[in-house]
Design a protein around this ligand. Structure first.
Ligand code: B16
Ligand code: MG
Length: 221
């Protein structure tokens, strides 16, 4: 097997924080009298905080100045943090810990690549920080997915050639970021949405080393 490192997205792959992002954005949209639906929320997945706000403002056809935008983003984050500071390890998505432990036992490095600036708080709340050899998140990376910066940074931290990294991603922008980094990408979710991923599974509960080997073989053909 060539794979030397696996890099995981956080929101939607390891934990389901998308629901909290939605509740907090919805609260802001309601205050601004913008009609923001769960379907609209799909467009926000994997996208940075300010880019998410821009999508919501676009839906409402609003054009506030930069200072007002920062105020809105800060308000949303305050409400979001209120949710995530109450998270528990019960909110880790099924199969995540088992698969990561299997990788670690096989000597494969494990990294995290997330757009979220709240990554440290989430990892602390769910007690997973020690399972990652490297964490590249929105605090150290500045270009939003689909730019490959977040995954290339994780690979560098792990001292691994990007060609030997496999990324697990639930967002379209994240899959593109992984491919732009020259990595193999396993989509988490639906093959109808994540059409560019090398392989798609519904969740990490479907993953193990044997499956990883099979995916790697198919992706390299
Ligand atoms: P924050 P991921 C992303 O996390 C979320 O999918 C996206 O909805 C969010 O806007 C972004 O993080 C920034 O999060 O506001 O906490 O900095 O999927 O890259 O783990
Ligand atoms: Mg995600």
């Amino acid at each position: 097997m060539h794979t030397q490192a696996c890099i995981f997205d956080l929101d939607g792959v390891i934990v389901d924080t998308a629901k909290y992002h939605y509740l907090a954005w919805k609260r802001l949209a309601d205050q601004l009298k913008i009609d923001f639906t769960e379907k609209d929320n799909e467009r926000l997945k994997g996208v940075s905080r300010i880019a998410s706000l821009n999508i919501i403002l676009e839906i409402g056809n609003m054009h506030p100045d930069d200072r007002t935008k920062e105020k809105y983003a800060a308000l949303k984050n305050e409400w979001y943090v209120d949710y995530i500071k109450r998270m528990t390890p019960d909110e880790i998505l099924p199969g995540s810990i088992e698969f990561i432990n299997e990788l670690r036992e096989a000597g494969i490095k494990v990294g995290l690549g997330s757009a979220s600036r709240n990554t440290p708080l989430i990892l602390k709340r769910v007690g997973m920080r020690n399972l990652f050899d490297a964490v590249a998140d929105g605090n150290v990376v500045h270009k939003a997915k689909p730019d490959p910066e977040v995954f290339l940074t994780a690979a560098k931290m792990l001292n691994t050639d990007p060609r030997f990294c496999v990324v697990f991603e639930d967002a379209v922008a994240g899959v593109e970021a992984a491919l732009n980094a020259g990595m193999i990408c396993v989509g988490i979710g639906s093959g109808k949405i994540l059409t560019k991923a090398h392989f798609v599974v519904p969740g990490l509960a479907m993953m193990n080393i044997e499956k990883l080997k099979e995916i790697e073989r198919k992706a390299r053909i």
